[in-house]
Design a protein around this ligand. Structure first.
Ligand SMILES: [Zn+2]
Length: 249
């Protein structure tokens, strides 16, 4: 019975993604697979957390790209939900509650980061760079804005609240809140320091794209193989580590 409820719920989630045209086909398959694992091993609370991340991500995409429709690829699903799905799988196998908390931390980080860039892009003031604290070109990794940080904090709080409703565990609540928000902040740091950036030969803007103004761009800074997906994966991993560290002290 539980198997079929998990199957059906994951199928419905994938159907919504299909109707919204928000995922590519491989991404859709992976999302279905992860959703199934999450419901099957984590139950309704874990699934509700995933559903919140999914729906709020769609909502924030709407704000972010009014003209351009964002379609998520399989790598994006993997870097945002992969670690969480692995944690919930570990929970299912071991029944160690710590893994359940780490799942929620990972999902809180994914949502925080998504909302920070989605809602943050609505900020009327120009964003500032996380390292120099100087105003920066909108759209670059390493940018932060007060609106983005508030949205990011909201994202983590939201996931922590859902968790609290099902498991009244205050330590877990703060771990999810701090791990998620801290991880999303770290995402900006790593984006600023490690992520590869290019400069446009035509308009001399700094960009993350390999092409700009119809011309190939040239290397500017960062590590060549570290792109936005890699930064997302690293910061998600670090959010889980941070929660473990906080728990240890
Ligand atoms: Zn250009």
């Amino acid at each position: 019975m539980h198997f079929w409820i998990s199957f059906l719920s994951s199928f419905l989630l994938a159907m919504v993604a299909l109707l919204k045209k928000s995922f590519t086909k491989p991404a859709l398959l992976m999302a279905f697979f992860f959703a199934f694992i999450i419901f099957y091993y984590g139950g309704i609370c874990a699934f509700l957390i995933l559903l919140s991340v999914f729906l709020l991500t769609i909502l924030s995409d709407k704000f972010k790209n009014k003209k351009k429709h964002e379609v998520r690829r399989v790598i994006q699903i993997f870097v945002n939900v992969g670690i969480g799905a692995f944690c919930i799988f570990c929970y299912g196998i071991s029944q160690q509650f710590l893994f359940y908390i780490l799942y929620a931390v990972s999902m809180a980080e994914a949502l925080s980061d998504t909302l920070a860039s989605g809602i943050g892009s609505l900020s009327k003031k120009s964003p500032f760079h996380i390292l120099t604290l100087q105003p920066s070109t909108p759209g670059l990794s390493g940018n932060v804005s007060f609106l983005g940080m508030a949205a990011s904090f909201f994202g983590s709080s939201f996931i922590a609240m859902i968790f609290l409703l099902f498991h009244f565990h205050l330590v877990a609540f703060f771990l999810i809140l701090l791990g998620g928000f801290g991880g999303a902040l770290l995402d900006s740091y790593l984006g600023a320091i490690l992520q590869v950036k290019y400069s446009c030969k035509v308009c001399h803007k700094i960009t993350e794209r390999k092409n700009h103004c119809g011309m190939p761009t040239q290397y500017h800074s960062g590590i060549s193989f570290i792109d936005n997906n890699m930064v997302n994966f690293l910061s998600n991993f670090c959010s889980v580590l941070l929660a473990c560290l906080l728990l240890a002290i």
